[in-house]
Design a protein around this ligand. Structure first.
Ligand code: NDP
Length: 247
């Protein structure tokens, strides 16, 4: 089974890992349906891909907008072979900061955003008796970092949710894949929102790839392609991709 002509919905497609994945999958013949909030970036990306890409402004915290993105995929391309739940933010800080608004925002995007994707796509995939749901988790879903408890908490939660999804849907033709990157050079550091943590982490995000301390977004796109490009009897449950020298 090949990636060619597969219909793949990607959230967080306007930059970083999502953008690189859209480009890679489209270059292999997939049809990509792009969602995020920044319309200009989505339009540019869709334009660069051509007729195999469509986009719709989508805030993953809004269930109706997520449902509308999936409707666009089905109306335009007839089905959804894979959903890539990739949108995420990474606010950082100590729990003693008591930053309730940012905690809520992080939980809304990183957990509820994934649940909105799963919840709205499952009826479509159950009807098809076929589909793959991929979610970007993180090494931060395996190890807790300083000043990162809430981000880590969202990523641990997503891993649990995806494992539950695997168990519940494995007999319905629906597979699931967790993709857990280490440090990737993207715009994610702009969402840290804490000057001290940003100063500590930015050198890691800026480190040249050749030093083996960061990955390119395309390195993660390769893992997504690997998961999608498997025959139906193969479920890639989790892929962890670290820069070679990351702890
Ligand atoms: P980017 O900041 O480049 O991409 C994040 C994407 O998420 C953007 O397209 C952004 O688009 C989108 N997004 C954010 N909030 C929302 C929202 N409410 N609704 C819809 N889309 C939203 O960073 P990455 O590519 O690095 O991040 C992608 C995923 O990878 C995240 O889940 C992140 O946690 C994870 N990850 C990243 C790592 C890294 O080192 N970079 C390591 C491990 C995991 P827009 O603002 O236009 O809505």
């Amino acid at each position: 089974m090949s990636i060619e002509n597969k219909v793949v919905v990607i959230t967080g497609a306007s930059s970083g890992i999502g953008e690189a994945t859209a480009k890679l999958l489209a270059s292999k013949g997939a049809k990509v349906v792009l969602g995020a909030r920044r319309e200009e970036r989505l339009a540019q990306l869709a334009d660069s891909i051509g007729e195999n890409a469509v986009y719709q402004v989508t805030d993953v915290t809004n269930r109706q907008e997520v449902a509308a993105l999936f409707k666009l995929a089905v109306d335009k391309f007839g089905r959804i072979d894979a959903l890539y739940n990739n949108a995420g933010i990474m606010p950082q800080g100590n729990l003693s900061d008591r930053d309730y608004d940012r905690w809520q925002a992080e939980i809304n995007v990183n957990i509820m955003g994934v649940l909105n994707g799963i919840g709205e796509v499952l009826p479509i995939m159950q009807k098809q008796q076929d589909g793959l749901i991929i979610t970007t988790d993180s090494v931060a879903g395996h190890v807790v970092y300083p000043a990162s408890a809430v981000y880590n908490g969202t990523k641990y939660a997503v891993r649990a949710i995806m494992e539950g999804l695997r168990q519940e849907e494995k007999n319905n033709g629906i597979r699931s894949t967790i993709v857990s990157p280490g440090a990737v050079r993207t715009e994610l550091s702009k969402t840290i929102g804490n000057a001290n943590v940003e100063a500590a982490l930015q050198p890691m995000f800026d480190a040249p790839q050749e030093e083996g301390l960061t990955l390119a977004p395309a390195d993660i796109a390769n893992a997504v392609l690997f998961a999608i490009d498997q025959p139906k009897h193969v479920a890639v449950s989790e892929v962890i991709v670290r820069p070679a020298r990351q702890e």
